[in-house]
Ligand binder design. Structure first.
Ligand SMILES: [Zn+2]
Length: 285
């Protein structure tokens, strides 16, 4: 009952402000404490079924809470996971002004391409009330948060970014469709000359040095996630779970997809066509 009542509050676009000490989970990471050292007396606090929010204005935080719970539901269904019985919640800190955000950035390690900071299961973002269209960036960041909650911090870079892109584009389209806007997921093909062989993609521990390659890295990672989910949706969840536990790619592939891909080379040949063609997905997605 409590969960659905909280969800209803979020659906109504209202967040009930409560004192920090009254949150069901008020333990803060060192970076969370650092965030709250900026304007320490101005922070407000609230929570929904799966997230805790720290913010300055309710009208900024309420839409974030609606999106966060929406993403949680879509991703948990997609990956057949459920942590609603957990007592520990994921924390989202919402900054507003550039000035405050810059001050905070100095304290954290930035994910340079998306504009959010993740640390120990908490998410730190800036929501500028003057920007009307916010795109799928929030969804990308929230997906990382939900993945960390379901699978811990051992998910490899390509898989983490690929799933975040995949989920953000799907969820963003679904979120807008549910509100009466026409929207389809966006997935970009990888230019032939920027294609990264799968064996190399899955071994990358950091983002490419070359900026032109960064976009290709995200697109190709997204396409590989999409490709594997289409091959076998349940199998993809098994694969992701195995990868998060430190399995080698081929081992996880075998667990999730059995004999579907006989070797990494065979997968690479089949995937390259899918990654580089314009219509990498159909209306069924
Ligand atoms: Zn990311």
């Amino acid at each position: 009952m409590r969960g659905s009542a909280v969800a209803q509050d979020a659906a109504d676009g209202a967040l009930k402000e409560i004192p920090l000490q009254s949150l069901s989970d008020h333990s803060l990471t060192p970076l969370g404490q650092a965030a709250m050292s900026i304007h320490p007396t101005d922070w407000k606090h609230a929570e929904t079924a799966n997230f805790v929010y720290h913010y300055f204005h309710g009208f900024i935080a309420a839409p974030v809470s609606v999106e966060a719970e929406f993403y949680y539901r879509v991703i948990s269904k997609d990956l057949e996971k459920d942590t609603t019985q957990w007592e520990r919640k994921s924390h989202i800190f919402i900054f507003e002004t550039n000035e405050d955000w810059k001050e905070f950035q100095k304290k954290g390690a930035l994910d340079p391409w998306t504009g959010g900071i993740h640390s120990q299961g908490s998410l730190f973002i800036q929501r500028n009330p003057e920007l009307k269209f916010k795109g799928s960036t929030l969804g990308h960041e929230i997906t990382h948060l939900v993945i960390e909650r379901f699978f811990g911090s051992g998910v490899p870079l390509w898989l983490n970014e690929g799933y975040a892109e995949y989920s953000a584009s799907r969820c963003y389209a679904a979120f807008n469709r549910a509100r009466g806007y026409g929207a389809r997921p966006i997935s970009h093909p990888v230019p032939n000359d920027l294609y990264i062989p799968v064996a190399l993609l899955i071994s990358m521990l950091t983002y490419p040095q070359d900026v032109a390659q960064v976009g290709a890295f995200y697109n190709e990672s997204e396409r590989l996630v999409r490709f594997l989910e289409r091959a076998d949706k349940h199998g993809f969840g098994v694969f992701l779970d195995a990868m998060s536990r430190g399995n080698r790619f081929e081992t996880a592939l075998n667990k999730g997809f059995a004999a579907k891909f006989i070797s990494l080379d065979a997968l690479d040949r089949e995937f390259k066509t899918y990654a580089t063609q314009q219509n990498g997905f159909s209306n069924a997605d």
